[in-house]
Design a protein around this ligand. Structure first.
Ligand code: GDP
Length: 322
C-alpha cells in the first residue's frame, strides 16, 4: 500500500490541502498521496472526536488517516491496525474494565506513547509529525488544532460525548444538533493556515459533513482562509445513503432528505466545485444552480485502485478551466 507519488503528466502541478475525517477521508487522502509528491499535499484532520479513555489520549480520525497513509490500516474495518491482536483489551475486560471501545495491542502503543508525550507538555501536531516520520509517511498530516475540541451530539436522550454516541450507543439516539466544545478558543495547528494560504485548491474529502468536516471548518481562521480558493467537495452520500456510519441517519433526523444535493447545500458559499456519484447524476443540474461546477464520477472507493482513480479524477477536474 506504500505511496509512490506517481503524478501522471496529464495532471498539472497543484498544491493541495485535503480536509478529512476518518474512514472516507483517509481513503481519498491515500489516493491523493499516491499521486502528489509530499510537498504538494497537506491533510488537515478532524480532532473533534478525540477523547480520553482508559487514561489515554485517543485521536480516532488522525490515527485512521496516519495508519492508512502508512499502509498499516486494517482494510476490513477501515479503522485500527492490520494484523492486530487484542490481548490488552481482553485482559482489561477480564478485570471488569470498560471494553466498549475496541483497541488493539498495536493501537494501544500509539495511544500510550502519545499520552506520555502530551503529559510531558508536547503538542499534538508535533507528536503527529514525529509519528508520521516513524511510520514512513512523507506527506504532511496535521490535526486541525492542538487545543482540545470535543464534539457533543445533542440527542433526544440528552447531550452525548461523540464516542459515547458513536461507539457506545451505536448512533442509536436521535440527533437534534451538534456542538464543538472548546472551538472558540481553539487555534489552528501550526502550519494549517499557511498550507491553506499557499494551496492551489482545497479538497473536502467524502467525510461526514456534520461531525468530521464541520469541526475543521469551525476552527477560527480556517474557513475564512478558504474563501477565495478553489474548493472541491466530494459527496459522502451516494444514492441517498452513507457508505458507512451515521451521516444519512443524521440528515434524516435533522429533517433533511439525505442526498448529494443536501451535502452540496451544506457547502454552499464555500465549495466552488462538487463531485457526485454517477448514480446521483439526476441531481447535477440542481447542484450547478448552487453556483458550483460539477464532476459526475464513480465515487465509491472499494479498493486501493478506486482511491487513486477518484483522486486522479478530482485532480483532473481541479485542473480544468472554470
Ligand atoms: P469517520 O470519522 O470514521 O466517520 O470518517 P469520515 O467522516 O471520514 O467518513 C465517514 C463518511 O465517509 C460517511 O459519510 C461515508 O458515507 C463516507 N464514505 C466512506 N467510504 C466512502 C467512499 O468510498 N466513497 C464516498 N463517496 N464516501 C465514502
Amino acid at each position: 500500500m506504500k505511496s509512490n507519488f506517481h503524478r501522471p503528466p496529464s495532471i498539472v502541478h497543484r498544491r493541495i490541502v485535503a480536509l478529512a475525517g476518518g474512514v472516507g477521508g483517509a481513503k481519498l487522502a491515500h489516493g491523493l498521496a499516491q499521486i502528489l509528491p509530499p510537498e504538494d499535499l497537506t491533510v488537515i484532520v478532524n480532532t473533534g472526536d478525540d477523547f480520553e479513555h482508559l487514561g489515554l489520549y485517543i485521536c480516532p480520525d488522525l490515527d485512521t488517516v496516519c495508519y492508512t497513509l502508512a499502509g498499516l490500516a486494517n482494510p476490513k474495518t477501515g479503522w485500527g491496525r492490520a494484523n492486530e491482536s487484542w490481548q490488552a483489551i481482553s485482559n482489561i475486560e477480564r478485570l471488569g474494565g470498560p471494553n466498549w471501545f475496541r483497541l488493539g495491542d498495536q493501537d494501544f502503543a500509539t495511544h500510550i506513547e502519545r499520552t506520555r508525550r502530551i503529559k510531558e507538555g508536547q503538542c499534538l501536531s508535533e507528536i503527529t509529525r514525529d509519528f508520521c516520520k516513524a511510520w514512513g509517511i512523507k506527506h504532511t498530516i496535521l490535526p486541525m488544532s492542538d487545543n482540545p475540541v470535543r464534539t457533543i451530539v445533542e440527542t433526544d436522550e440528552g447531550d452525548l460525548a461523540f464516542q459515547e454516541y458513536f461507539v457506545h450507543r451505536r448512533c442509536e439516539p436521535r440527533v437534534k444538533g451538534f456542538r464543538f466544545n472548546g472551538i472558540e478558543k481553539a487555534e489552528a495547528a501550526p502550519g494549517a493556515r499557511e498550507a491553506i494560504q499557499s494551496a492551489d485548491a482545497i479538497i473536502i474529502c467524502p467525510s461526514n459533513p456534520w461531525v468530521s468536516i464541520a469541526p475543521i471548518l469551525a476552527v477560527p481562521g480556517l474557513r475564512s482562509k478558504m474563501e477565495a480558493k478553489k474548493v472541491v467537495a466530494i459527496s459522502p452520500i451516494i444514492g441517498g445513503q452513507a457508505v458507512k456510519g451515521p451521516a444519512a441517519k443524521m440528515y434524516r433526523e435533522l429533517g433533511i432528505e439525505p442526498s448529494a444535493l443536501a451535502v452540496a447545500k451544506q457547502y454552499e458559499g464555500l465549495a466552488t466545485d462538487f463531485a457526485l456519484d454517477k448514480i446521483d447524476s439526476h441531481l447535477e443540474a440542481e447542484i450547478r444552480s448552487l453556483n458550483m461546477r460539477t464532476l459526475v464520477t464513480k465515487t465509491l472507493m472499494k479498493n486501493v485502485k478506486d482511491r487513486r482513480r477518484l483522486a486522479e479524477d478530482v485532480l483532473h477536474f481541479i485542473g480544468t478551466a472554470s
